[in-house]
Design a protein around this ligand. Sequence first.
Ligand code: PLP
Length: 692
Amino acid sequence: MEIYLDANATTPVLPQAKAAAIQAMVEDYGNPSSIHSTGLKARALIDGVRARAQRLLDTGAGQLLFVSGATEGIQTAVLSALHALRARREAGQAIGSQLLYGATEHKAVPEALKHWNAVLGLNLAIRAIPVDTQGRHDLEFLQREAPEAGLVCTMAANNETGVISDLTGIEAALNASGSSAFWMVDGVQALGKLVLRLSQSRIDYAPFSGHKLYAPKGIGLLYVRAGAPFTPLMAGGGQEGALRSGTENMSGIAALGAVLEALEDKEGKTFRSHAEMSGFRTRLAAALEQAFPGLVYNAPLVQSLPTTLNFSVPGLSSRLLQDLFDAADVRVSGGSACSAAKAAPSFVLQAMGLPDWQAAGAVRLSIGPAVDEAFITEACARIEACGESLRRNCMSPSDNLPTVGQGVSRFMLEGACCYVLADAAVQRCVLIDPQPEQVSRLAQVLRCQNYPVTAVLSSDGAAAHGEARALLAAELPDLLAASAEVDALGWPLTQTELELGAKRLRRQLLEGGGQALLLSEGGQGQACCLAFVAPQHAQALGEQIGAQTLIAPPSDEAQLLASNVALERGEAVAAPLLQLSGTQLQQFVDAHPDALLIDVREPYEQFLSQTPELAGVALQAMPLSRFLNAIPGWLAEQRPLLFFCRSGNRSRQAAQALARLGHSQAWTLSGGLALLPDAPVRAAAADPALLV
Ligand code: PLP
């Protein structure tokens, strides 16, 4: 079962809202502009929903229009205010020189300001009102600047942090400044969570969005104070008193009406009170703090919506945390805009002046007011399982369990590869090409396996590798001797080869600097089975390596994972990549009873979610970070391989790599487990070695 903790992004539709929408679509489908009975019924429905919304928001004599959502409401408000400002300026009146918006406002606000300012040719300066480290507006700035402002935009509560604005303070600052600026308040995240008495304030415009409170997408509200200027965004058939033309979204309005009815029913069972929501948040916060020691909140909880938690964990990226939660079937969101490669820091947290690591590593967890006790209990259990998974896989900020290091593991940093070679029998390891930025993660891994480090080698003599070596020696004096006599490439001066249990590591110096590191199985004179070298140098190694010897590159921007000499010489032809969709899975398994299904997700994800249940199929867990260990065996066997992961990205990379190396039956599960119907999830701790 999915645990959806991303209510600030959107919410599911309440059952009664769905029923009301269907009723409006199927039974009461009239056009409210029609004067026959079917139309009158629709008109009555609209009037009833509007009246309810007017009561809930205390709109007094103000207008409340149905629009498509908050973005439309914001456009309409900004257009109305700016159009009025232009008219005043044309009439020779002073309108100020600037438009102000809160620095943490939803993008729709500054973008709408820019757009309409340009379209209307106003050319006013558009300036952000700074916020403090708690996300609250700088009221002194506002009071000082408001006299020069034509429009001021401040949200009621922030979507990323949940920080509740001091609307009373903002109003007081506006009044004290003597400003006649229009004032828009984005009420999207406040609806259903905070009490708003719109007619009691000088707020001119307030947009709201249905899909943030259990109504469908495509319906919203715009409040316009009585007497505030108005310019329709849409002209046409004259609906909504000619303020917003276009046939009304009746199913959306009906659904929103059902939500508002539940909200108005104080004795009702649908929505939780503020105190209940605060209690839920306290429980979620306790689970988070237990799962992620050292966690910091990015906004003070006392000043935030009781439905939002925004936090960062030292040493864990936003992306990693999101993948971890997703593996546990818990949906959260990054507090920042994530591109596939790199998380961009959240502009909201940056505006609050939070350190870069916090702004780039933020995770937002948000619940809607309709959640119940059982849901919160399950959410807490899943969060705790996430913490357990980190501890078992040596990724927790503290209290990690010991791990066994064996074989080759790869650690990536922006395309550069660092390898750790470990042997459990002799309990020793060797590092190749570590970067200083990876030191704390590597130290954590080495500490968990607790093997002395035989050498920290550099394939090209880069200063960064030596720097990482010194940092590691300082951090792990008991595992790595700072004083060891090594050359500029990190190779121990007295050794010709390094023993790692049954394996040996030799090297060959390369013309022009650097070294190729050749790992072989068994005693002296054995052929190399894995070469750590840049592919372009592989040919220069001559007899040292065979055409099929696997090459582990020092950088892998193209995500090829591995290569071999034959490929580099252009002598080998890659096999085609084969793709399979989730619906074809059973069919594939029936047709290929000898197939091996390979889960390439990382162990911390595998621990949290089960693999699809497919009777009689052989499964193997082989995370991409440990892929090199398995490639020779798979190539030798040539049985059908089906790689899978969460979204299909990593499994595609894996299958592509195998196909390139000549495997003729390397398949990827397109769309990954995410698109399989009902991918099962485990909430409680279990043995991570679940797969054959
Ligand atoms: N304002 C805030 C604070 C929001 O959170 C959102 C939605 O993310 C919007 C505006 C835009 O709302 P809509 O999706 O209804 O256009």
